[in-house]
Design a binder for this molecule. Sequence first.
Ligand SMILES: [Zn+2]
Length: 333
Amino acid sequence: MGLKSKIVALCFLATFVAVGSRYAYLSSNSVELPKDLVLLKGANSPGGSDSASLWYNSPYGLISVKEKWRAVVAYREAEAGFDKFEKHFGVRPERGLFSDGTVILEDIAYDRNLVKWTLVWPIKGSGPSEAHLNTAIRHELAHGFLRVYLWPWGSGEKVIDTPKSRYGSPAPDWLDELAAMSVEDDLKFNNRLKNFQAMARASAIIPFSDFFTMEHPNVSGETDPSAKVTVKKQLVGGKTITTTTIIRTPSGPGDFSIGTKFVEQGAALFSFLTEKTSDLQVFGKVSSWIQQGGSFEGWLEQYAVNANNKADLGSSLTEFEAKFIAWGKALKI
Ligand SMILES: [Zn+2]
């Protein structure tokens, strides 16, 4: 019996309650499939004609799920993840393979040349009206897209769900988390900004001199006590698959644990810099700068010169931080 341990995803997530109206397209009992989400049948199904899961083809790649409504959820999440990642990082992801966990990707016969990434992630809820529980999927996809397209490990392996020794990718942890949050839906993202505003008003932000070099609190073990860590082991086809999920619930204004501060500050940084520079792809540029050996402060200094400081960001980290905090305190959210 082979033993295989695998972290499917390690992430710092806050669950939230959303209004149902945004998902009205899923609220009826008869789930309408988007025209380009197509059920694969019989021999056309990568799982074969006796597959226990349903297989679909879509512009985003293959989707393998238990039920039809789950395919629609996965499709919508991929759609949002693809579009927003391209908008902010300038790269259109290629076709991949998503499974809600019913299929363990190593156990199926599929040609890796057909897909450029894979993600196994559970779909929560018991029906289509609960699609709002699943926006973590686009977040996880964006973690993966950053690694696959901008910060590869170097082996050429394009698999999203295979974190190695550190958080996400070789990118700095703050950038990895920021990229994932950049594709989130407005409700979730605005909650983060509200939390950040409370931090700014309480003078509780992490100094940027630490923020830009620190390890993700999930990795360094500084996750706050309210975080719930779930380790699930499944024996599939003689392999033990270990899934580790870290979930905090709920986070809200006044939660100043290091893990919350780290992610909410990253979200606020994304919002602040894209707004001030009027450049939706500014973090794509910051990412390239850092990848070439530069620091965020170095990027800031050259930006101040090249843009004649029209964004009024300051030209040192200290100045930048003061402007960031003032912006956060005054946010209208
Ligand atoms: Zn994340």
